[in-house]
Design a protein around this ligand. Structure first.
Ligand code: AHR
Length: 630
């Protein structure tokens, strides 16, 4: 294959093309990217039990208590009953999300306690055989009439493999014949990212110059940051919608102090603490320089419960309240509320999406009217916001669609189907200003229909072909995100996901598709350039671009079973003789699996010139990016 890239002409490409989609699925939030490591700490969700807890010492009984609410939001607590005559150290343990990761790190520990106790409390991280890795003893004075709050830090000097746990113990003789209550135990390693004053008065964060209070897991966020995503679509996905309208994701229940967040039964079968809430999402965007793409509830719930017509008005108003919370001056009601939570400046927000997959769950028939009600209210007040419809199915959309509205398309398909969709956007109308979001896509099956566990080279190559098709049309395809993003891979309900982690040291694993995202996202041009070729597309596909600074890129995918020799020429002069080639390749059905990585991008130098070209080979099912400066 010989390609000649024109250094003039072409289309502007979307600077936001490669982003990420996040919802709490696969325990990717609680137990995943959120930094808090202890599970079931607020006994949230539909039917909380003692999941993750166990008693420490004899003479101790644990139960979930409802008679001593911590707050109006956290209404249950852990009752630790100590039998008469008990002595020694007793208490309770929490095994986290199938293990508490213990690394050479400093840990912040927060907890609430109620019940009469004056004396030492010991907090420890320990291993499966009971060996204590890090510990701290503090003195507390609690009483039975009100909850008392404590916080401390301690350090582990090294990392420990897996199956670790956390425990809190106290002097049994001081409680024997009675009980203590504990709530919202929280354990954070140093969190991502820049150090700053915390959202509230947690003095240890200021003093120790910690990461963000209630922040993201540093190792996970830092790994993700490699792909330099340019937007974050959140909080769903299905997890926005709720099983019923009443159990939808509610922005106003995810803000403020965590002990005032009730959490909810998430839509993926487990409780969400909502400690990763609206402000944390916005901070995540700031820290990774991503545009937020905020999904707002459109009246459709997963169980098919739909609110439409005049009944939708309170929900439309709620969206306006949410936007005022994010964008309003501190003189507004909700802008003032934001300021009380530590953020005076309005956030930057340009994109909102109305619902999720409103073509499904019987949503289609009413979506046009629901979308229009929300669009009219939001557009009237915030005319600069770009509003995204959650489906591209014309029969579900208002006709005509208002100018400037984007539509969202989702594809969960086989590798062949992705290749078949290479041209999907070639003839998309450009005249009406309706941009495209491909908000979710992934190769989820083999060509034979078999389920894909972790992305393999053929699937990732198929995605790359589709991505090349999107990039060629990125004057109109504005944003695209693989989904789902992330999994705790011992707690996942959906495969494949882009990357994963569990509680074992060094377990973060990027799939082959993660590396395709990395390669495409980190080599972005501002202009998509015309290319002439001596052959048609298939099995090799390509797109070329340039950055204003003078770097030229050719992205290629070889969706074929034989290696392909490729020469890339450029029409201009002044090109470096050394081009950088980044190559991802491996056998057709080979995947990276949790903790077992065989395929990562490899870089090498290709010598050539713009007129003679840069010649290299792309192995079967390989994905390549050539970068050369001029
Ligand atoms: O990405 C997983 C799910 O797929 C999303 O929650 C939903 O939008 C889609 O159906």
């Amino acid at each position: 294959v010989t390609l000649t890239v024109s250094t003039t002409g072409g289309n502007a490409s979307s600077p936001l093309l490669y982003g990420i989609m996040f919802e709490d699925i696969n325990n990717s939030g609680d137990g995943g990217i959120h930094g808090q490591l202890l599970r079931n700490n607020g006994f949230q969700g539909n039917s909380p039990d003692l999941t993750a807890y166990s008693s420490v010492g004899s003479g101790v009984t644990l139960s979930v208590d409802t008679a001593n609410p911590l707050s109006t939001a956290i209404t249950r607590s852990l009752k630790v009953t100590v039998a008469s005559g008990t002595t020694g150290q007793v208490g309770f343990a929490n095994a986290g999300y199938l293990g508490v990761p213990v690394n050479a790190d400093t840990y912040a520990n927060y907890f609430w306690v109620k019940g009469t106790y004056s004396g030492a409390v010991t907090l420890s991280l320990y291993g499966p055989s009971g060996t204590v890795y890090a510990t701290k003893t503090i003195t507390i004075n609690s009483n039975s009439s009100a909850w008392s709050y404590y916080e401390t830090t301690y350090t582990s000097t090294q990392s420990y493999e897996s199956n670790n746990a956390w425990k809190l113990t106290f002097d049994a003789s001081k409680v024997a014949g009675s009980a203590l209550y504990f709530d919202l135990v929280q354990l954070f390693p140093v969190t991502y990212h820049q150090r700053y004053a915390p959202l509230n008065t947690h003095t240890i964060d200021v003093a120790a110059n910690w990461g963000r209070y209630n922040g993201l897991r540093n190792d996970v966020a830092t790994y993700l940051e490699q792909i330099k995503p340019s937007f974050l679509r959140f909080p769903g996905g299905n997890n926005l919608e709720g099983a019923t309208p009443a159990t939808r994701w509610k922005w106003n229940e995810t803000i403020g102090p965590v002990h005032m967040r009730p959490g909810r039964q998430g839509d993926w079968g487990y409780p969400n603490t909502d400690a990763l809430g609206l402000m944390e999402y916005m901070q995540w965007c700031i820290d990774m320089s991503m545009e937020p793409l905020l999904a707002v509830w459109s009246g459709l719930s997963l169980g098919g419960g739909i609110i439409s017509g005049t009944a939708l008005t309170p929900y439309v108003n709620d969206i306006l309240n949410e936007l005022e919370f994010l964008l309003g001056a501190t003189t507004t009601t909700y802008g003032a509320l934001r300021a009380t939570y530590g953020r005076t400046d309005p956030y930057s927000l340009t994109y909102i999406e109305v619902g999720n997959e409103d073509n499904l769950s019987s949503g289609c028939a009413t979506y046009a009217s629901r979308f229009t009600a929300i669009y009219n209210a939001v557009h009237a007040k915030y005319p600069d916001l770009v509003i995204v419809a959650s489906t591209s199915q014309a029969s579900c959309l208002p006709s005509p669609l208002p100018t400037g509205v984007y539509t969202d398309t989702h594809h969960y398909s086989s590798p062949d189907q992705f290749v078949g969709m290479f041209n999907e956007w070639d003839n998309y109308p450009r005249s009406n200003g309706n941009g495209v979001l491909v908000g979710e896509y992934a190769s989820t099956t083999g060509n034979d229909g078999s389920a894909t566990y972790w992305s393999n080279m053929q699937g990732s190559c198929g995605e790359a072909v589709y991505m090349i098709g999107m990039e060629r049309n990125s004057d109109v395809v504005k944003m695209a995100s693989f989904a789902p993003l992330f999994e705790h891979y011992d707690m996942a309900e959906w495969s494949p996901d882009l990357f994963g982690v569990n509680s074992t040291v060094g377990s973060i694993t990027g799939s082959t598709s993660f590396w395709v995202q990395y390669m495409f996202s980190t080599h972005r041009g501002t202009t998509i350039l015309p290319v002439t070729s001596d052959t048609n597309f298939g099995p090799v596909y390509w797109v070329a671009s340039s950055q204003s600074g003078g770097t030229y890129y050719a992205k290629l995918a070889n969706y074929g079973s034989a290696a392909a020799s490729v020469t890339v020429k450029f029409s201009g002069t002044g090109f470096s003789t050394a081009a950088q080639l980044t190559l991802l390749s491996g056998p057709q059905l080979t995947a990276n699996y949790p903790g077992i990585v065989s395929i990562t991008p490899q870089t090498s130098t290709v010598t050539g010139s713009s007129s003679a070209g840069y010649t290299f080979s792309i192995p079967a099912w390989g994905v390549a990016v050539l970068a050369v400066t001029a």
